[in-house]
Design a protein around this ligand. Sequence first.
Ligand code: B12
Length: 212
Amino acid sequence: MSVDLSKLSEAIVKGQIDEAKQLTEEAAQSGMDVQEIMNKGLIVGMETVGQKWKCDEMFMPEVIRSAKAMSGAMDCIREELESTSSGAGTMVIGTVAGDLHDIGKNLAAMMFEGAGYKVINIGIDQPNEAFVDAVKEHKPKVLGISALLTTTMARMGEIVNALKEAGIRDEVTVVIGGAPVTDDFAKEIGADIYAPNARAGVERVEEYFKAV
Ligand code: B12
């Protein structure tokens, strides 16, 4: 029995948590590749949510519900995702100190997971040292930093400097994201990559690795 992944995308857009889990489980049990479920079902759904949010066709409570549906669905295939992961490497991701926003950061985490990364999500409101410690401990290929407030985005530059002081700046590729962040800001603080959205995060990191 094959599962129509457009129905799964639709369940994500509508924030139907149980339906999304059930369709994901059915798709996995039918033998469908988990990467396909992720890319053609879950991610397509969440991208539609992102577009609708930008055009004011969806509002925050609905976006949060969709993100929960995506996260719940991913839990159903997480083990398999990890075992079939392309071994892209490890990513550490977190939101800077003083900042409690995590919807975008979690979406970015899910996208990287879908792209085959082992993702270590250190959470919100994380002091600069927590990022440095996580890089020391997990030796990730990529460090993702999120900030949603103009008052907290300065922490990103401090984290880059703290990595330099710890002598580990060159061991990790730093990608930053969040509404107030820009390409110019990334250059200014010495981050490697700026990503305007979660999928662009994965794409730009991959382009970066191809270029270096
Ligand atoms: C939801 C929300 C909240 C929720 C957060 C809930 C949660 N669990 O995250 C709550 C209610 C807690 C909240 C609190 C506050 N908020 Co608020 N919040 C928002 C809101 C409405 C949506 C943010 C969001 O989730 N967007 C949807 C996601 C999908 O988008 P995103 O976060 O931008 O992420 C995408 C990209 O930026 C990118 N991305 C993000 N991070 C990363 C990281 C990496 C590595 C990569 C690759 C990509 C990436 O990918 C994502 C997906 O494509 C925004 C308004 C807005 N238009 O953004 C205000 C907003 C960010 N908040 C704002 C403010 C002022 C606050 C408060 C100070 C309000 C108050 N007076 O208490 C507090 C601060 C609390 C704190 N200390 O953090 C302001 C910030 C203004 C500014 N310029 O600094 C905004 C812009 C609203 C506004 N217009 O005034 N907020």
